[in-house]
Design a protein around this ligand. Sequence first.
Ligand SMILES: C=C(O[C@@H]1C=C(C(=O)O)C=C[C@H]1O)C(=O)O
Length: 372
Amino acid sequence: MSDQKKTTDAKDESELLGLRDEIDRIDGDILQLISQRAKCAERVAEVKLKADPEHAVFYRPEREAQVLNRIMAANPGPLANEDMARLFREIMSACLAHEKPIEVAYLGPEGTFTQQATKKHFGQWVKSRPMPAIDEVFREVEAGAVQYGVVPIENSTEGVVNHTLDTFITSNIHICGEVELRIHQHLMAGPNTKRDKITRIYSHQQSLAQCRKWLDAHMPHAERIAVNSNAEAAKRVQGEWNSAAIAGELASELYDLDIIESNVEDSPDNSTRFLIIGREEVGPSGDDKTSLVVSMRNEPGALYNLLKPFKEFGVDMTRLESRPSLTGNWTYVFFIDFVGHTSEENVQKTLASLKQTAADVKVLGSYPKGVI
Ligand SMILES: C=C(O[C@@H]1C=C(C(=O)O)C=C[C@H]1O)C(=O)O
């Protein structure tokens, strides 16, 4: 080694040591600050309990959205806004669990995208409980067995999850948040199954539909079998030769399957939106959405009358979906999402005007727009 190289190496080595000292010092500061933050959260819990010992609400989605939005706006870099928000998401998750651990039911079994969405929204400290069906998630929340629930509502490729929409028609639950997840589907099988021997492919019907073109092109002869969830598909192929599942990464890890081909979804920006459901109404965060179910009488101009108040009061509608009403043949209810919170004046005027023409207007909830 040349003398010059030796000197450079020694210089680099001493710079590294200096940087590591600096990191140790910063970590010490972060540690103290996180502890101070946790103590504040502890105190917040005491204040909430003192104000209302029976019905204290510990999780505040509007406040969490404000914290994350503020962090993203103030982020000096070099870490990306979303990465920084994820770190703070976890700090809040630990602080909330320290205040009061919360339990959340989700559409299971373990390993579903809904579980992934639950962790994305509440952080790693949440206690999540898998339920076998969407209406059971609603029932657990309504009965008070858990505080919140997470259900899928729409996929960018396959459209709405009808079962979730229909359950809202009859339930008294509130929407208190939303979270969007990029969906990557993988073809997976046990170690004894070779790719060219696969005769059956299991998955949830929505996932099979999201990978239709890929399956037509690469696995045209394999039988496609729809099961209750993609995690159940993964569980099944664990003990079955010559079978594969289409599911997310979490499922392959949980059920010990090898990924044969990654990202087999047809659309590269395939994503699913999930709703957080609860029993309480949520206050305004400053950047909110509201969801409604509206029943209209079957008469000429009904749809026009439904849309008119939104134009009149300048409220931005982001989604309109119609579903059979479940009460009479050929009558429909409309699911509407719009920007704003029920505490805002233009929203209140819109709702008042809608109530004059509609047979029924049910506010499912105002909630903060998904942040991460
Ligand atoms: C600390 C609070 O309680 C919870 C924890 C939060 C946090 O750690 O920042 C924010 C909102 C609540 O979910 C609060 O209500 O401010």
